[in-house]
Design a protein around this ligand. Sequence first.
Ligand code: EPU
Length: 473
Amino acid sequence: MTHSLRIPDLTIPARPSPVGPGDASDPAVSDVDVIRVRGDARLDGTVHVVGAKNSALKLMAAALLAPGRSLITNVPRITDIAIMGEVLRRLGCGVRFGPDDPVDPMVAHGGVERSRSVLIDVPERPGAEADYDLVRRLRASICVLGPLLARRGYVRVAHPGGDAIGSRGLDMHIAGLARMGAEISGEHGFVIAEAPDGLHGADIVLDFPSVGATENLVMAAVLARGATTIDNAAREPEIVDICTMLNRMGARIEGAGTSTLHIVGVPGLRPVRHATVGDRIVAGTWAFAAAMTRGDVTVTGLDPAYLEVALDKLVAAGGLVETRGDAFRVRMDDRPKAVDVVTLPYPGFATDLLPMAIGLAAVSEGGSLITENIFDGRFMFANEMMRLGAEIRTDGHHALVCGRERLSGAPVRATDIRAGAGLIIAGLCADGLTEVSHVHHVDRGYPDFVADLRALGVEVERGTAPEEPDLAI
Ligand code: EPU
């Protein structure tokens, strides 16, 4: 597909630093990565999504369960995956990233390789410690807890703490592992789990269908003695993906994709080759971007059923949605109509699409009530959206958004992966230029977002800008 693009002139006039001109001797001023987009955009074209970050990270952890060489394909080329590779290396694994196989021609469109394969060579006795430095950079590295406890009978992982979307508890991971016979303690910011005699099966009921707890407990249970039942388990497609891979490694898991998982432990697993499921959050981001810009976008690379609730919302907003095999198309001809959104565990509306739902509401006709039920801090980015002129009032886990015809371009700051993507997309519906800083967050979840935007017709540029110290009190 070709697009005739005007050469973008997205130069933003240099902003004077509030602490004076920056130079190498001025420690208060450093450069941050920014993405600049020109507003009044209309997305048009096809975009391919590769494997899901939130699956691939766990598949890599699951490889720890079998000594030998596992190959995972359709792994997104993003920062978080590189960090997970480092976590595994420090646990003694050989980790080699290579070209995807088979190479999907769409994957390399725009000259950029979006997905890779990763070959993980797991030793007979992997290490048992994930240090603070890595867990701080990748909260998801907590998912090595279950597999390492199962393999080694001992594991020490830094406590991941909270982040820009809210607190990230571990109580359900810990309670579930304790029911399987582990002794869990905490010291100096580390979670230490021990099961010198091995784990045993247990009946576990989760307080909430936590994605991470379900994954950790499944990975612990596959090698435990006896049978485990996990009730109120998470049902996300990424959970199904990991259970599919584990079963192909020789595990005995039933019920993946339902609220009850039955796992019969086996003495050992074998390495495997597995392709990562497509990324429904990246796909959903493009779906909302198409609707917000009154565009026409076809997304390939995943089963549209994984986005059923989100796509239904776009239909309610006035969009035309067509689904076919592993692709869907979203077209919006008129200004979207306001729709209410409530985030819930899968198959409900995904919390990771909340910033996109707020963006859509901000340019829709009418008022939308957006309710967040998963993370207590997810609305933290709303202030940045307001800088773009969005009319948002938050109260606890509700946000009331009053739509306006157009937003107003401004410098804003990405606070997490999804907020960053949401702000960039909101900038497409603004007058003039929007500069989103701290886009390293976006790199954690979207392989080459800029190239995809450009392929869909957006005038976009990536660069750096001086860090503005946060002087707010
Ligand atoms: N929770 C507890 N205790 C626990 C576990 C979870 O209180 O033991 C709470 C959390 O604090 C949170 C809620 O339960 O409020 C849901 O947490 P969950 O465990 O389901 O989420 P997660 O495994 O930490 C994954 C994704 C998130 C995604 C959520 C929900 C990964 C690496 N992360 O997080 O993705 O938002 O599920 O779908 O898989 C992202 O990709 O940007 C992202 C944040």
